[in-house]
Design a protein around this ligand. Structure first.
Ligand SMILES: [Zn+2]
Ligand SMILES: [Zn+2]
Length: 306
């Protein structure tokens, strides 16, 4: 069903409305995390197969390490395929082991080198965004941690192209930075070129971080707007949470099987302030599971978006 819809959508980025089984429907931009081991075209095909019209991927082994050689012919083939099939706004995720605010200068340098290299490679995919975890200050204190993150972002911006970099909202495990909207706002305030900076809201992380999106979604969005500015919100990670509000645990659960619940996800993907954003599932699933979640959210959401 979504394959048929996608094949009718030839407007690339501009395609928001399409004819969907005879009804005018605003189309949900939704996908999941896919393995990048076989390249971009393979991810594009996989996305279409499971009814997705976007996707997220790791730029390299999530534990760090060297990225594969860039395959320009694969990228060209992907870009054409994406255009034909209405895939857009894909999201690259930095290795989660990078720590931009590590105490050890070698680790900070490693984070800088890796991110610069990722951003250099992403210039070949003009509409991709790049998401990263701000890092853990590991007892150096919030101020020092934020100083290192901003220093890294300012140096990266001076070096790299136009890719928008997203700070992910974190659950606040250990000494993770980005545990609340204030910390993200402090980082954004000190980055010189804010035009290439945004935020990716992870539903599991904010819920674990104490924001009650289940009972007070509007209030949470208002707080986000007042502290960070909703114009900075560029992407949403859709994950249910194994643990409860304010648990700071960061354990993702399948949609509707955790403490957040399906009803809240429907509210999120249909919310007037969120529904135009791209949504990425990072739930504990195989491809068939992702396909089911995408179909479920499309069915629930697109019914309400007409
Ligand atoms: Zn993440
Ligand atoms: Zn996430």
């Amino acid at each position: 069903m979504s394959m048929r819809a996608a094949s009718e959508c030839r407007g690339g980025n501009a395609c928001g409305i399409l004819r969907f089984y005879g009804k005018e429907t605003a189309m949900l931009r939704i996908g999941c995390h896919l393995s990048s081991s076989k390249g971009y075209l393979a991810m594009g095909k996989e996305a279409v197969k499971i009814g997705a019209n976007t996707f997220q991927f790791f730029t390299r082994n999530p534990r760090g390490g060297k990225a594969k050689e860039l395959d320009i012919s694969d990228i060209e083939a992907y870009l054409e395929f994406a255009q034909e099939n209405g895939i857009a706004r894909i999201l690259a995720h930095a290795p989660y082991t990078l720590n931009a605010c590590a105490k050890d200068p070698d680790l900070r340098q490693f984070a800088y080198d890796t991110m610069c290299d990722d951003l250099r490679r992403l210039q070949y995919i003009p509409e991709a965004m790049y998401n990263f975890h701000p890092g853990s200050h590991v007892k150096q204190g919030v101020e020092q941690g934020i100083f290192y993150i901003c220093d890294l972002l300012n140096r990266i911006h001076a070096q790299s192209g136009q890719t928008t970099v997203l700070l992910e909202t974190m659950a606040g495990k250990g000494t993770e930075l980005g545990r609340n909207f204030e910390e993200l706002s402090m980082i954004i305030d000190r980055v010189e070129d804010k035009s290439r900076l945004g935020v990716c809201l992870d539903t599991c992380h904010v819920f674990d971080g104490g924001y009650d999106i289940v009972h007070s979604l509007d209030k949470v969005l208002e707080e986000f707007d007042q502290t960070i500015g909703l114009h900075r919100l560029k992407a949403v990670h859709l994950n249910d949470s194994k643990h409860g509000l304010d648990s700071h645990k960061d354990r993702h659960e399948k949609i509707g099987e955790g403490q957040i619940g399906l009803e809240t996800f429907v509210k999120i993907v249909t919310h007037p302030k969120l529904r135009e954003l791209p949504f990425y599932l990072e739930t504990p699933n195989d491809l068939a599971g992702y396909q089911r979640e995408i179909a479920l959210l499309r069915e629930k959401a697109e019914g309400e978006r007409i």
